[in-house]
Design a protein around this ligand. Structure first.
Ligand code: IDP
Ligand code: MG
Length: 136
């Protein structure tokens, strides 16, 4: 069954730094996503730590949070039928080396940490992540 969903997407510092944000937004639009909200921001490391709290026990947590707060990012609310899964498919595997042809991470990702985009992994987490960045 299809249902209209919202998901949170982030264009990460490695992609914004290479001025790929407009190109990546076009890919989302071409694939039927509506960009309901978007902003370019730079976050503090403490905010990245809160955002990635589920990963706090992982060995890469500190580097991950330093990285996400190292430069401007573009955060977006995307909407489409089954957008959470559709966005994960369009992004490709976490490690760009394993990402399928035609995915954003295959095309632009540099490494497992500099993998150009973030996307929520469930409808429940999408709501939490959208609130994190866009709650009024
Ligand atoms: P996802 O972004 O595909 O959902 P997660 O497992 O949620 O992947 O990991 C969050 C982010 O942490 C990844 O996008 C990647 O930037 C980074 N990451 C994941 N695994 C590793 C690793 O083994 N080494 C370094 N960074 C990693
Ligand atoms: Mg994840």
């Amino acid at each position: 069954m299809n249902s209209i969903e919202q998901t949170l997407s982030i264009i990460k510092p490695d992609a914004v730094e290479r001025n790929l944000d407009n190109e990546i937004k076009e890919i989302f639009k071409k694939n039927g996503f509506k960009i309901l909200k978007e902003k370019k921001i730079k976050i503090e490391k403490s905010e990245a730590e809160q955002f990635y709290k589920v990963h706090e026990t992982k060995p890469f947590y500190n580097d991950l949070c330093s990285y996400l707060s190292s430069g401007p990012i573009v955060v977006m609310v995307l909407e489409k039928d089954n957008s959470v899964l559709a966005n994960r498919e369009l992004m490709g595997a976490t490690n760009p080396k394993d990402a399928a042809e035609g995915t954003i991470r295959k095309k632009y990702g540099i490494s497992i940490d500099k993998n150009s985009v973030h996307g929520s992994d469930s409808v429940e987490n999408a709501k939490i992540e959208i609130d994190f960045f866009f709650k009024e």
